[in-house]
Ligand binder design. Structure first.
Ligand code: UDP
Ligand code: MG
Length: 330
């Protein structure tokens, strides 16, 4: 490997963090130099309106290992991470916040853990230094996300993570899903480890998030859960509920028809009749939605050549055969 090819790419989104950048760069450099492996630092300016960009460019001018990526406007932390991932060259990608709450000195421990053979190592802010108003929602969120996705982690909110590049490159993130990276990646069958990391209070600049984030996290959780469980077979979910609803409606209407025909009882004004019709129509809509979703899934996968599986490795003869087949002129 040439010295110019970084093994480690550190991706950090920054939004109005001007006062933190000099210390961030100093601490990152000290930590990464101590690792003794070629690295790059990708600082993504997420449409900052303070002097962040000028300071980033000043750092880039003196350090060739720093690359600044400037987004046109504030797209949010998830989009900023995605942009950094798209430009990362290293075989290991490290993510972190840029407000110095994560401690760059933890990076070597994450890399060492990853080198034990894991695909992703997540930081766990065991002693979190944030206001209680953040810690309480986060305590619930970690439990709910773990239970819903089946990927049990102590700390979904910690940005400090180390991942193999093949995992990162396969991620497609939307909304505020950077915190669901371990859950999303679990679809690929990644091996996960957790490492307790240092956490520090924010001393400069302001937090970019308020309580509204909790609601957005919950909504994103629905999406992640749905895609993980039914992303390639939506008709199973919609179909099941559709059949249950339609079946219940059918039974109700059959009962009403029976008493009308054979017991000569009036049924016109009965709420049960309304319920039966409602359940039947709902069932029909759910089944139809499932079928439409199946078509969408097929368009999504087949139009982009996306398989519904992920191969870990091919045997050497299979690799040779694939190369042979891909040779131009064949
Ligand atoms: N951030 C960003 N874009 C945004 C919001 C935040 O790039 O729209 C960055 C921010 O600069 C910081 C990191 O994301 O580096 C975490 O943000 P913050 O510290 O405000 O989150 P908190 O620690 O309060 O959860
Ligand atoms: Mg912070």
């Amino acid at each position: 490997m040439s010295v110019l090819t970084p093994r480690i790419s550190v991706v950090i989104p920054v939004y109005n963090e001007a006062e933190n950048l000099a210390d961030l760069h100093r601490e990152l450099t000290a930590s990464l130099v101590s690792l003794g492996q070629p690295y790059e630092i990708i600082l993504v300016d997420d449409g900052s309106t303070d002097s962040t960009l000028e300071r980033l460019l000043a750092i880039e001018a003196v350090d060739p290992r720093v690359r600044v990526l400037r987004l046109r406007r504030n797209f949010g932390q998830t989009a900023a991470f995605s942009a950094g991932f798209d430009h990362a060259c290293g075989e290991i990608v490290i993510t972190s916040d840029g407000d110095l709450q994560n401690d760059p000195a933890d990076i070597p421990r994450l890399v060492a853990k990853l080198d034990e053979g894991y695909d992703m190592v997540c930081g766990w802010r065991k002693e979190r230094r944030d206001p209680v108003s953040k810690k309480i929602p986060s305590w619930f969120a970690n439990r709910i996300i773990s239970a819903a996705t089946g990927v049990h982690l102590h700390d979904y909110g910690c940005s400090l993570k180390a991942m193999r590049s093949e995992v990162v490159k396969g991620l497609r993130l939307y909304g505020e899903m950077h915190r669901f990276i371990p859950a999303v990646a679990s679809w690929m069958g990644v091996t996960l480890a957790e490492v307790p990391v240092n956490h520090r209070p924010r001393t400069r600049g302001r937090s970019k998030y308020g309580l509204g984030r909790t609601v957005r996290v919950l909504l994103d959780l629905f999406t992640v859960k749905f895609l993980l469980a039914y992303g390639t077979r939506p008709a199973h979910l919609f179909g099941l509920w559709g059949l249950a609803s339609g079946g219940a409606g059918f039974l109700i209407l059959a009962y009403l028809a029976y008493i009308r025909l054979f017991e000569d009882t009036a049924i016109a004004g009965r709420p049960l009749a309304l319920l039966g019709v409602l359940l039947c129509v709902t069932g029909l809509i759910l089944v139809a939605t499932g079928l439409l979703a199946e078509i969408l899934v097929r368009i999504y996968h087949e139009s982009q050549g996306k398989p519904i599986y992920v191969v870990k490795e091919l045997s050497p003869p299979a690799v040779a055969r694939e190369r042979e087949r891909a040779r131009p002129g064949r």
